[in-house]
Design a protein around this ligand. Structure first.
Ligand SMILES: C[S@@+](CC[C@H](N)C(=O)[O-])C[C@H]1O[C@@H](n2cnc3c(N)ncnc32)[C@H](O)[C@@H]1O
Length: 401
């Protein structure tokens, strides 16, 4: 067939890269099973475990005069209990299986996916950009293990222009979070952007940055919330960025992805008026956290705002919740969880040059669960939701004009 040379290919759509992995009926069944198993392990089992602790284990220890009033004491007491062993084994395996369940359909579709991502990178019809740095050194904290049991982690590349890890992280996370084949932009970004608009109705960021953006899932909602904002996302993993760029271009959202280490970024001083991150800091050592926060201070312009969503700090939760969150440190290839959570975020931000009087650490209510309570639920407010159960813990700061 002759091609009409007058057609302007630059504006034709990028195909949906996310729809190319087509699981067979059997694979789909396996994904649904893994999803339900993981949901049971993370949502239902902890309550059963807590009941066993309260009604049996704790009483037995207290009868011996042993107080189980911190996470370490609880961990020691629970380690050999059949209830804990069953829960922990199930949760570990469910986590692994969620990611494994997407690998085969991804492998079959890989050449096609790479083609789409290349096309997106060449044409960028939505106006985004993709800037990769093949010489960028990957820190050991990323390369020494498969973070949260994701096979291949965030950065591995096996073929030229590889997008496999972008697909595994993105599609595996859907099995993991039980959203299955539905694309959902990040709920965290929706919560934070709504909160910002509620708290600061006059705040109109013109340029923003998302650290550890992965494929931009928790960056895109800011573009919807603040139309016209120039949105930048940085990450170490090239396959995630290629994938995210292809998705954003397909959706017509201009995002500027670049492969950089958040500890040392190449943007000029005062370049951004909004800096965000989600699920990022707990994945890096505290030493790196300090460097990243210094970068945030350097990059934020006067009047700018910084908001990071993270795991709740140790000092802000009770002993059981503390114990619950730290499970990942030993069992989920998340070696920095406990050390990060042990930090006082206000102190870390102060050390990086932020004013403690302008800094905050609080739970933001999920807009779906609490539509009318945008500014509510400081840590000491009775009835506040738990992080991950109707609310998200954030810390951040702002600069004066
Ligand atoms: C758990 S993912 C979070 C993804 C995303 N923010 C979200 O909300 O879904 C953490 C991301 O941080 C990235 N990362 C880890 N260390 C980094 C660093 N030093 N600089 C930039 N990105 C980093 C990883 O590659 C990974 O994509």
């Amino acid at each position: 067939m002759a091609v009409d040379a007058s057609l302007d290919q630059r504006n034709s759509l990028i195909p949906d890269i996310e729809s190319l992995a087509r699981p067979t009926l059997e694979e789909r069944g396996r994904q649904r099973f893994c999803s339900a198993l993981r949901r049971y392990a993370i949502q239902d089992m902890p309550d059963l475990l807590k009941r066993d602790f309260d009604e049996r284990v704790k009483r037995r220890h207290e009868a011996r005069g042993e107080a189980l009033d911190d996470a370490l004491a609880i961990e020691r007491a629970m380690k050999a209990e059949p209830s804990y062993r069953f829960y922990s084994t199930l949760r570990y395996n469910a986590q692994e299986m969620c990611f494994q369940s997407v690998q085969e359909p991804i492998e079959r579709a890989l050449p096609e996916m790479i083609g789409v991502a290349r096309d997106a990178a060449e044409r960028s019809p939505a106006g985004g950009t993709l800037r990769l740095d093949p010489a960028l050194e990957m820190p050991r904290y990323l390369t020494s293990l498969d973070v949260h049991l994701t096979p291949g982690c965030f950065h591995s590349e096996w073929v030229e222009d590889d997008v496999a890890q972008g697909a595994v992280v993105s599609l595996g996370s859907r099995v993991f979070s039980a959203t299955m084949n539905h694309r959902s932009w990040g709920g965290v970004a929706r919560v934070i952007s709504r909160w910002i608009k509620h708290e600061r109705p006059d705040f109109r960021p013109s340029r923003m940055l998302d650290l550890g953006t992965s494929s931009g899932k928790n960056l895109v909602p800011y573009v919807e919330a603040f139309p016209g904002v120039e949105a930048h996302g940085v990450d170490l993993g090239a396959p995630l960025l290629r994938w995210g760029h292809a998705v954003a271009e397909h959706e017509g959202v201009p995002i500027h992805f670049s492969q950089q280490n958040a500890e040392s970024l190449d943007f000029p001083d005062g370049h951004f008026d909004l800096i965000v991150s989600s699920f990022f800091f707990h994945e890096i050592p505290v030493k790196a956290t300090r460097k990243v926060l210094k970068e945030c201070r350097r990059l934020l312009r006067p009047g700018g705002l910084m908001v990071h969503q993270e795991l709740p700090a140790t000092g802000l939760v009770d002993a059981w919740e503390d114990y619950f969150w730290n499970w990942d440190t030993d069992n989920n290839n998340e070696p920095f969880y406990t050390a990060f959570r042990a930090q006082d975020p206000i102190a870390l931000m102060t050390e990086a040059g932020f004013d403690p009087a302008r800094s905050f650490a609080q739970i933001l209510p999920d807009v779906n669960a609490y539509p009318d309570r945008h500014g509510a639920f400081a840590w000491d407010e009775p009835g506040r939701p738990r992080h991950g159960k109707g609310g998200w813990y954030v810390f951040g700061s702002s600069l004066p004009q």
